[in-house]
Each structure stands twice: as C-alpha cells, then as structure tokens.
Design a protein. Structure first.
Length: 384
C-alpha cells in the first residue's frame, strides 16, 4: 500500500511539473538555495522599498508591471513585491530574489543603491535595473549587469514653479481659492538628490517668474524626513497654508497624501507629483481632486514597461546610465479636465512655450546636480 501511495505521489508530482513548467532547485556552495522554472517566459520582479497605495511613485511603477502582464503575458511574467518601510529587510529580500528564477530584478532610489552594489557583485550573471538613481555616481560602467535610470525632474519642477508663482503673484487670472498672497510652498520627503532636484527646479521656476513679472513671490521649504509619514506632512502643510501660502508643491511620495489632505482642509491648492494625482480622486472625492491644480508627472511605469520590453528584445544596455525628461515625454505637467478648467489658456500656453524652449535647449533649467548643498541653500534663501 505504501509503495502504491509513493508511486501515486511521484506521478502527481511529475504531472504537476509538466503542467506548470519544469521546476528545478539547486544549492550553492554556501548553502543558498536557487529555484528555476522553465516555462519559456521572461521572469521580472519589481522590488518596492515601501508600499503601494502612494498614488504616486510606486503606484506608477507597479502600473508598468501590470501593463507588461496585460500586453506581454504570453512571453513575460512580471510581479511586484512590496518590501514595506522597515529598511532592515530590504537587502535580505534583494539577496533572496537574486537566488530565485528572475531574469531581471528591478529596484529603485538611492536607498537601495548600496545594497544593489553588493548584490550585483555577488550575482554577476543576474541582470538588474535601478531607477531614480545611478548605481554609483558617475560610474555606471563599473557594474556591467546593472542598467541605471535617472529622471530630469528639475524640468517638471521648473514648470510647476512658474505656475505656482503666477498663481501667487496675481497674474494667473485664476479665481478663489487663489488669494495672490505672494507665497508658495514646497514639501519634500527626504533630503536626497532626487527631491532636491524637484525643489531646485521649482525654485528656479519661481525665480524666473519673479523676474518676468517684477512681482516677488516667496518660497517656504519643508521636509518630512521620510516618504511615509503623511501625518507629519499634513502638519507641515497646514502651517504653510495657515501662513497664507497659495499653493504647495508636494514631492513626498506617500507622505505627500497628507499635503493633499491639508489642501482640502484649508481649501487651498496643491501640485501633486509623479502620477496624475487628480485622477486618483476625481470620482471618489471631487472636492479634493479639484484642488490638485496639476501634478509634475514622472511616468515611471512607462519607463519600466519600455525597459523590460527592450530587455526582452535583447537591446537593453547594461553598465550604462540613461536619463528621461521633457524631451522623452516622461516628465511633464499633468493636463487634465481640472487643469484646463482652473488654469487660464494664456498661462497654459506660456507654460507650453517654456516646455518647448527647454526641449529645444534654449532654456537651461538649473539642476541639483549642478549645485553644491551650499548653493542650494542660497537659492532657497534668496526666495524666502
């Protein structure tokens, strides 16, 4: 009876492997276990060093994964793993997925860079993508199995700065709740290169509009210290709004949702980030949605989609850094029904003209990567 049961289990296992793709496991010399599945598909994983639901950066990235499965599901199997906000487990997860059957492993931000440097060296036959940072500053070629992606978010920040300053200086033609207070705000998540790049571009846009209009608009900057504390972000935004700020640009991922909450509480305008955040609330909370005048779009999902498709085609360059901005259609201001309704045509056309000038190279937008930290402080101080 036991022999018959054993044969039955063996046959069931064989049929299971035939139906699902032949799975094999192996143990490396140091005891690490690897698993591979021969189903003929390209296996891709996105590691989110945080959680989905930010209606911004990570949700945009995950949308790219969902689109891959929808459009290339016959040849690509893509998934997203949320690693949560406890950083102590991020590197362990990166090691674990590197031992598994993924062909391409994708992660993001400077917070993952040091871990990926170690893991990519440990697994030279694995391929990795890191976006929103370079694997090593100025030295992407030192990691021949890593493709690095940066964004020129300063360009979108500049357009947002011009818009915000025009709202606050009284020349925008916009109605209440704009009060032409002469005050605008910025709330960032962490003080890192990417958030500074948003902020520097935003400040440069405000300075540009100040020079054009000859009306001085001041800027208040605040930083949450992380990307997940929406309560703290709301408190910072509430202080700015109470002090008369007309509009705040929030570049703080999930924490930025607190700024949007404060905008509704105070009936003030906010500029979103990464995704078109108006669309997330348009049906569920139209009052809140109406206060999101636009968002600085960083179409991470589109970049992930195109990157994986290029990898599947064998054309993705490794040991290389690529950059996306206005010219590539990845950075932009969100143009939606609310933006068109709230921002007068003349101002929208002026923003489009500035956008075209940036793309043509006729207007150079200051970047965080052009400045020292002291120079960034001076830029902010000049607008206080």
């Amino acid at each position: 009876m036991k022999k018959l049961l054993g044969m039955t289990l063996a046959l069931l296992t064989l049929f299971s492997l035939i139906g699902c793709g032949l799975a094999t496991t192996a143990t490396t010399g140091d005891g690490e276990v690897t698993t591979t599945t021969d189903d003929g598909k390209l296996h891709v994983v996105l590691l989110v060093n945080g959680n989905l639901g930010d209606m911004s950066f990570f949700d945009s990235a995950d949308a790219g994964i969902e689109r891959l499965n929808a459009e290339y599901g016959d040849v690509i199997d893509a998934k997203t793993i949320e690693m949560g906000t406890n950083q102590s487990g991020w590197e362990t997860t990166l090691y674990r997925v590197s031992q598994q059957d993924y062909d391409l492993i994708i992660c993001a931000t400077t917070q993952m860079r040091e871990s990926l440097q170690k893991v990519a060296d440990r697994y030279p036959d694995k391929d990795y993508v890191i976006f929103d940072t370079e694997i090593k500053d100025g030295a992407a070629a030192e990691y021949p199995n890593v493709h690095s992606i940066l964004f020129r978010q300063n360009e979108g920040g500049f357009l947002a700065g011009v818009l915000a300053a025009a709202m606050a200086n009284g020349t925008s033609g916009m109605s209440a709740p704009v009060t032409a207070s002469g005050k605008v705000g910025f709330i960032g998540g962490m003080r890192n290169d990417i958030i500074y790049d948003f902020a520097v571009g935003y400040a440069a846009g405000i300075a540009y509009e100040n020079a054009r209009s000859l009306i001085r608009v001041s800027l208040t900057n605040s930083f949450v210290g992380n990307f997940n504390d929406s309560t703290q972000a709301k408190a910072l935004a509430s202080v700015q709004y109470t002090n008369g700020t007309d509009v705040i640009f929030a570049a703080a991922s999930q924490a930025g949702l607190g700024v949007i909450d404060a905008a509704q509480t105070k009936t003030k305008y906010v500029i979103g980030v990464d995704s078109d955040q108006y669309l997330y609330y348009a049906e569920s909370n139209p009052v809140r949605a109406g206060l999101i005048v636009t968002s600085v779009m960083k179409k991470v999902g589109d970049v992930i989609f195109d990157t994986v498709v290029a990898y599947q085609a064998g054309t993705l360059a490794f040991g290389a850094l690529v950059s996306y901005g206005l010219a590539e259609g990845i950075i932009d201001l969100a143009v939606n029904a609310n933006y068109i309704a709230k921002v007068p045509l003349e101002l929208r056309e002026r923003l489009e003209t500035l956008k075209a000038a940036i793309i043509a190279g006729e207007l150079d937008v200051t970047s965080r990567f052009d400045l020292t930290l002291d120079e960034i402080d001076n830029l902010f101080n000049d607008l206080e």
